[in-house]
Design a protein around this ligand. Structure first.
Ligand SMILES: C[S@@+](CC[C@H](N)C(=O)[O-])C[C@H]1O[C@@H](n2cnc3c(N)ncnc32)[C@H](O)[C@@H]1O
Length: 496
C-alpha cells in the first residue's frame, strides 16, 4: 500500500516537536553517581529514529563539546536534520538514512548515551531485535539508554480504536491524509450509532474527540503504522536484559516524585514478590497509574561509580508560573509554595549551587526543590567552563529558528548554553524575539507577519474576527511575554 515502507508511514513527515526527555543533563541528574557523563564534559550521543531531528540538532548546538549521531529511515526527516546541522554550522552532528541494522554496521563509535523516543512501540519485532543488537554493539559498559514508549495497560482501551482506523485506512481511497480523515469519520459514525464499544468504554469517545483536533502528520505516525505495539514494561525489560541493560531511573522528575509517593501502596499490594523484584514493582506501578507512556533510563552493566560535582540549578520559569497544586504525573502534588517561590525568585538572577538554593527555602527547601523539578520550573545548569563555545553554537541555531518562525509554526524551543538543553518558546514568542533582534516593534512585527500570511492567533481557542482585535490580542501577549518569559530566556542565554 502506498505510504508505508516496511510497514512504517513515509508518505507524511513527522511533527517538529522538542522532547525534553532526550536532554542528557537531566538524565545525568536522575542517575547521580551512576551517570557515565559529567556536566559540561565531552560525550558521544546517538538518537535512533530521530523524526525531524529537531531535538537532536538542538542538543548538538547546546553541547558543542560533545558528538551527536542519529538515524531515521525517512529521507525527508534526514534532509530536515541535515538542513538544521548545515545552516546552524553544527559540525558535531552526523545523521544517516540507514535502518537500524545497516546503521549498526556503519562506522560508529561506542556511545555514552543512546536515546529512542516514540520508536520502540512503533516498529515491529524484527526492528526491536535490531535495536537490541545495536545497543549490544554500540553502547559503552555503564552507558545510558533512554526509551520512551507506549505502555500497557494504559493503552488497553484504545487498541480497538486504532485497529478500526487502520482497517478503514487500508481500504480507503486517495492520499494517506484523506484515508486518515475517512477513518476518523467512520469512528464518529459508529459512536453516533451507539456502538457498544464506545458505550462500554466511555473514555474512547473522549480520545476520539482529542484525535479529531490533532494534525494529520501526528495521527499518521501515532496510529497508522502497520506496527504499533504498546507493551508491558516487563517485556521491554526482558528484551533489553539481553544487552546487559537494567532499569535505573525515570528520566522525568515528576515520575520520580510519583514513584516515591506510590512506593508504600505498591509494596503493600504486591507483597514479597514486589519487594524482591524491581521489574514486577514497575509493572504494578503501571497498573496503579494507568499512564500510557513510559520514559525509562536503562544502564548497561559494567559501569563505574563516579564522584559527582555539586549540582547547579537554573530557572526554566518565572515565579508567577508557580501553582500551589498541580498534577505533573497522574496524581496531585501540593507545592510548598512560599519556599518554592523564594527559590525560583532567587534563581531569576542566574544559576545557583544546590546548597545555596536550598537555603532560600529553609526547612521546606528539599520538598520545594523536588516540586520545582517535578513541575519543570528548574533544570540542571552546566558549569561556566565552555560557556562561550556553547553560546555561539546556540546563537547560530536560535537565529535559524527565529527566521523559520516567520513562515512556519514548528520547532517550539530555543537552545540554552546555560543548561545544555532546550527551553520552550512558541511561534509568537519567536516572532517577538526576531523583532527585537531586528530593532523592530514586537507587536507590529508579529501583526504584519501573521496578517500577511492570513493567520491570526486564537483567543480562548476561538478565531479572532477583526484585524484591530488581533492587534490588541498580540499587544496583550507581548506584555505577558516581556514580563514573564523574556527575563527567563535572558537568564538562560537563549536570547543575547
Ligand atoms: C513515531 S516517530 C518518532 C520520531 C521521533 N523520535 C520523535 O519522537 O519525534 C518514529 C520514527 O522512527 C523512524 N523509523 C521507523 N523505522 C525505522 C528504522 N527501521 N530505522 C530508523 N528509523 C526508523 C520513523 O521514520 C519515524 O521518524
Amino acid at each position: 500500500m502506498r505510504g508505508w515502507t516496511d510497514g512504517y508511514v513515509t508518505e507524511i513527515g513527522y511533527t517538529y516537536s522538542f522532547h525534553p526527555e532526550l536532554q542528557p543533563w537531566p538524565m545525568a541528574e536522575a542517575l547521580g553517581d551512576r551517570s557515565p557523563i559529567q556536566p559540561g564534559q565531552p560525550f558521544d550521543y546517538c538518537e535512533l529514529g530521530f523524526g525531524q531531528g529537531f531535538s537532536l540538532a538542538l542538543l548538538a548546538a547546546a553541547n558543542p563539546q560533545a558528538r551527536f549521531w542519529g538515524n531515521d529511515i525517512n529521507p525527508d526527516h534526514v534532509a530536515h536534520a541535515r538542513w538544521l546541522a548545515n545552516d546552524a554550522g553544527l559540525s558535531n552532528l552526523t545523521v544517516s538514512p540507514l535502518g537500524f541494522a545497516d546503521y549498526a554496521d556503519s562506522d560508529l563509535p561506542v556511545f555514552d548515551v543512546v536515546a529512542l523516543h516514540g520508536v520502540w512501540s512503533w516498529v515491529g519485532p524484527q526492528q526491536r531485535a535490531e535495536i537490541v543488537a545495536f545497543l549490544d554493539r554500540h553502547l559503552k559498559p555503564g552507558g545510558i539508554v533512554y526509551l520512551g514508549y507506549n505502555v500497557l495497560p494504559g493503552w488497553a482501551q484504545y487498541l480497538p480504536l486504532r485497529e478500526l482506523m487502520l482497517a478503514s485506512a487500508r481500504r480507503g481511497q486517495g492520499s494517506l491524509a484523506e484515508r486518515i480523515t475517512g477513518s476518523l469519520a467512520l469512528a464518529e459514525q459508529l459512536r453516533a450509532r451507539d456502538a457498544g464499544y464506545f458505550r462500554v468504554n466511555p473514555t474512547v469517545g473522549t480520545r476520539l474527540d482529542a484525535l479529531l483536533e490533532r494534525p494529520v502528520d501526528y495521527l499518521a505516525h501515532e496510529y497508522f503504522n502497520e506496527s504499533w505495539h504498546p507493551t508491558y514494561f516487563t517485556d521491554v525489560a526482558q528484551a533489553l536484559a539481553a544487552a546487559g541493560l537494567r532499569l535505573a531511573a525515570q528520566v522525568r522528575a515528576a515520575d520520580r516524585w510519583e514513584e516515591g509517593a506510590l512506593a508504600d501502596t505498591i509494596l503493600t499490594a504486591g507483597g514479597q514478590a514486589a519487594a524482591d523484584d524491581p521489574d514486577f514493582r514497575e509493572l504494578l506501578r503501571d497498573y496503579v497509574t494507568n499512564r500510557p507512556f513510559r520514559r525509562d533510563l536503562f544502564i548497561r552493566d559494567g559501569g563505574a561509580v563516579q564522584a559527582i560535582p555539586p549540582h547547579l540549578w537554573a530557572a526554566l520559569g518565572h515565579p508567577r508560573d508557580l501553582l500551589r497544586r498541580a498534577t505533573p504525573a497522574t496524581r496531585p502534588l501540593e507545592v510548598p509554595f512560599d519556599a518554592a517561590h523564594a527559590m525560583l525568585t532567587a534563581l531569576q538572577a542566574g544559576p545557583m549551587e544546590e546548597a545555596a538554593l536550598l537555603a532560600q527555602g529553609g526547612g521546606e527547601g528539599p520538598a520545594a526543590l523536588m516540586a520545582l523539578k517535578a513541575l519543570d520550573l528548574v533544570a540542571p545548569a552546566l558549569p561556566p567552563d565552555g560557556y562561550d563555545q556553547r553560546r555561539d553554537a546556540c546563537a547560530r541555531l536560535n537565529a535559524l529558528l527565529l527566521k523559520d518562525a516567520a513562515a512556519a509554526d514548528r520547532m517550539p524551543a530555543l537552545a540554552s548554553p546555560v543548561t545544555g538543553g532546550g527551553v520552550a518558546v512558541d511561534r509568537l514568542g519567536k516572532l517577538f524575539l526576531a523583532a527585537m533582534q531586528q530593532g523592530e516593534e514586537p507587536v507590529m512585527h508579529a501583526f504584519t507577519t501573521l496578517e500577511a500570511l492570513g493567520q491570526r492567533v486564537l483567543r480562548d481557542g476561538k478565531p479572532i474576527t477583526s484585524a484591530e482585535r488581533h492587534k490588541a490580542e498580540l499587544a496583550e501577549r507581548w506584555e505577558s511575554f516581556a514580563r514573564r518569559r523574556l527575563p527567563v530566556l535572558h537568564a538562560l542565554g537563549a536570547v543575547p
